[in-house]
Design a protein around this ligand. Structure first.
Ligand code: NAD
Length: 497
């Protein structure tokens, strides 16, 4: 099987004010294919000087250009065209994404379709948008004048990169802002397609700008830029904390979507076939490189032995393979340094739990960043593999006896992004969900997203919510306008002399 997409570039550039350019410094960085660890292209490595130019272009487009002042309906048409272009290129996009990130091709296709859907969703939402008005009969009216804010800095991670970028780009530009996107340096290939897509759809010059490069250089310059009032960041919790500190002196608007160690809680009264399918999928899909992965599975003791045996059997049967093979269920991890981190956790796990499946490289893959789906059981709650985000195909399974114990275990990490609960008892399901410290809970369901719902975490998993109108709120300011309908009735200070 030949896995190289046709017409791969040898080098990709920054995109500033409608032009492809190299970094002012001339610096580049290498980009690798994770399945082979081969360096297949270089990318321009932007830093502060390039960020300054990109922000100036975005600000000029915002202040002088048509985009921020256009009717929502007109912007919506362009967003629909963007969705059309993404859809028309979804095969190519999936191939590119799978090549660059190691994602299995079938899952990369799903993510390409989701990216198009994000644009369509916000295209529809902004034309349906209405704002509040408050009337005091005969006296006054207040109405909300919603406005775009300016230049939004969008900083994204390497897992499902194109889809994550679309999740920020769509609402940011739908609401009339200009943007500077800084994607993760492990996976810049699909991001390099945005300029063509936006040009074809007719997005005005300067509204979208792309800076490739490191987090500590390009990302940092964007966070600290005084003309960027908004930062939407998705990534690691410690990076989120750093960004929060750096943005604080400039009092920026921040949306932080961070890490997770989400529990899947399986009660003995659950539909065990469905629970098994979903819990296996939750931790091993997208190579386990998924912020909402159910990477801790808590199982009621009555069914524990049977469940872990079946779970391990499934994990052993998962098809690990080259990312471009449609039969592949788990592909190659994104980068050798991430592979090393996951392997280190597997070694730690061997001292913390009982290994039932995986535990290293899969057979037949001596090269590349392949990891066998790995199952640790009887994991104690203070174990590092129970507490820390591994972000790979590794699960920690722990038994519980009572609802109280399950809840304590579920809440016993610094994270609080997602949770999955499996039970046929309606009252237990809702009461348990309400008590879980997480931004999102799925009851008897795997991670199905309705784009209208709030997305985000609590505790170390994030700050703020995106999704539906919450994204619109983040990327806009709501100015209240008050109008008096009769006399102003002001106390007459200074009129008494
Ligand atoms: P990361 O924090 O290392 O990097 C994310 C982005 O931030 C990259 O573009 C990086 O270059 C940039 N960056 C790094 N340091 C920076 C700094 N000081 N200033 C500005 N930008 C900086 O994360 P990652 O390893 O790319 O992604 C994996 C993490 O993302 C995991 O923790 C995962 O859970 C999380 N994630 C969260 C969600 C969510 O919605 N909650 C979704 C996907 C991924």
């Amino acid at each position: 099987m030949t896995n190289r997409p046709a017409d791969l570039p040898k080098h990709i550039q920054l995109y500033i004010d409608g032009e492809f350019v190299d970094a002012a410094s001339g610096k580049t960085f290498d980009v690798i294919n994770p399945a082979t660890n081969e360096t297949y292209m270089t990318a321009a490595s932007g830093d502060k000087e390039d960020v300054d130019r990109a922000v100036a272009a975005a600000k000029h487009a915002f202040d002088e250009g048509p985009w921020s002042k256009m009717l929502n309906r007109e912007r919506s048409r362009i967003l629909h065209k963007i969705a059309d272009v993404v859809e028309s290129r979804d095969e190519e996009l999936a191939l590119i994404e799978s090549w660059d990130s190691g994602l299995p091709i079938t899952q990369a296709k799903g993510q390409a379709r989701r990216a198009a859907e994000n644009f369509r969703f916000f295209a529809d939402l902004i034309v349906a948008q209405h704002d509040n008005a408050f009337r005091v009969p005969g006296r006054q009216i207040n109405y909300v004048n919603r406005k775009p804010i300016g230049v939004a800095g969008l900083i994204t991670p390497w897992n499902v990169p194109f889809m994550q970028e679309s999740w920020k780009l769509a609402p940011a530009i739908a609401t009339g802002n200009s943007v500077v996107l800084k994607p993760a340096s492990y996976t810049p290939l699909s991001a390099a397609l945005w300029p063509e897509i936006f040009e074809e759809a007719g997005l005005p010059k300067g509204v979208f700008n792309l800076i490739l490069g490191g987090g500590g250089t390009a990302g940092d310059a964007l966070v600290k830029h005084p003309d960027v009032p908004l930062i939407s960041f998705t990534g690691d919790s410690s990076t989120g904390a750093q960004i929060s500190t750096n943005a604080a002196p400039l009092l920026k608007g921040l949306s932080l979507e961070l890490g997770g160690k989400s529990p899947s809680v399986v009660f003995a009264d659950a539909d065990l076939e469905e629970a098994l399918d979903a819990t296996v999928f939750s931790v091993f899909s997208l190579n386990g490189e998924r912020c909402t992965a159910g990477s801790r599975v808590l199982v009621q003791r009555d069914i524990y032995d049977d469940f872990i045996e079946r779970f391990a059997e499934r994990a052993k049967n998962i098809v690990v393979g080259v990312p471009e093979d449609p039969k592949t269920e788990v592909g190659a991890l994104v980068h050798p340094s991430h592979f090393d981190k996951v392997m280190e956790y597997i070694e730690i796990g061997k001292g913390e739990g009982r290994l039932l499946a995986g535990g290293g490289r899969p057979e037949g893959f001596p090269e590349g960043t392949y990891v066998a789906p790995t199952v640790f059981v009887d994991v104690k709650p203070d174990a590092r593999i129970f507490q820390e985000e591994i972000f790979g195909p590794v699960v920690a399974i722990t038994p519980f006896d009572t609802d109280e114990e399950a809840l304590e275990l579920a809440n016993n990490t610094k994270y609080g992004l997602a949770a999955y609960v499996w039970t046929s008892n309606l009252k237990r399901a809702h009461n348990f969900a309400h008590a879980i410290e997480s931004g999102m809970v799925w009851l008897n369901s795997n991670n199905v997203r309705d784009l209208r719902t709030p997305f985000g975490g609590v505790k170390a998993s994030g700050l703020g919510r995106e999704g539906g109108y919450r994204s619109v709120d983040f990327y806009t300011t709501q100015q209240n306008i008050q109008v008096t309908l009769n006399e102003a009735h002001s106390p007459r200070f200074g009129a008494g002399k």
